[in-house]
Design a protein around this ligand. Structure first.
Ligand code: BG6
Ligand code: MG
Length: 218
């Protein structure tokens, strides 16, 4: 099947915001007196804001009212937004401009499937907003990753069949979302975490586009 679209996750794939999400959740977990480490965080990658908060509350056996939950989620988000305030074009991972240029050259559409409600701001700071043919609005997605809705929404908006899409993710939840959407998958990061992906690269700059396109066509 020839590939017509590449659909990217943002945090941890195109820039290092996954680390800032971790730092902000870790600070909140500490305030709530809940043990939370990088291994716990692996399960939060890709998971939306309220789902992530619920994971921490469950881990600590804490029960809060809906308004308390919203207050803590807002607090985490304000902290996260402070951490990304300084971001600029220099924070785009190496290799992204090159990869986007190669995709455009090959006539392959570029989509964004980020669970983050801050995604628009982040891609604007990175100077890549204009590179996308379609950017999903996380606020309109009803079922977050690992559900396939967000990847399917982007494919539909691009007018491309899921089987003609490659999804790129650094998170377990996101990878499941791609697989359940019936797309081919690229994992960026730890091969042990992302072993189910069709292709795995430690970093986006290592992605071998020619190899992926050739193997995807077979
Ligand atoms: C995902 C991140 O991209 O977005 C998660 O991997 C984050 O860590 C989620 O919780 C939601 O982000 P935001 O910016 O809407 O709180
Ligand atoms: Mg991610």
């Amino acid at each position: 099947m020839s590939i017509c679209a590449f659909i990217f996750d943002l945090d941890g794939v195109l820039t290092d915001t996954a680390e800032y999400h971790y730092q902000a959740w870790a600070a909140l977990a500490k305030e709530l007196d809940v043990a939370f480490d990088r291994q716990d965080n692996e399960q939060l990658k890709g998971v939306d804001r309220m789902g992530s908060l619920q994971f921490i509350l469950d881990k600590g056996g804490l029960q809060l009212t809906a308004s308390q939950k919203h207050a803590f989620a807002d607090k985490k988000n304000r902290h996260y937004q402070q951490l990304i305030e300084h971001m600029s074009e220099t924070d785009l991972f190496d290799g992204v401009h090159d990869l986007f240029a190669q995709l455009k050259q090959a006539g392959i559409a570029i989509g964004l499937a980020s669970a983050s409600k801050n995604a628009g701001m982040v891609i604007s700071r990175l100077g890549i907003s204009q590179d996308f043919d379609y950017v999903a609005d996380a606020a309109k997605i009803k079922q977050g990753k690992p559900h396939p809705e967000i990847f399917l929404t982007v494919a539909q908006a691009l007018g491309v069949e899921p089987a003609q899409c490659v999804g790129i993710e650094d998170s377990l939840a996101g990878l499941q979302s791609i697989i359940d959407a019936g797309m081919q998958s690229i994992g960026i990061g730890d091969a042990k975490v992302l072993e189910q992906a069709h292709w795995i690269y430690p970093h986006i700059k290592d992605l071998q586009l020619a190899t992926v396109l050739k193997q995807a066509a077979n």
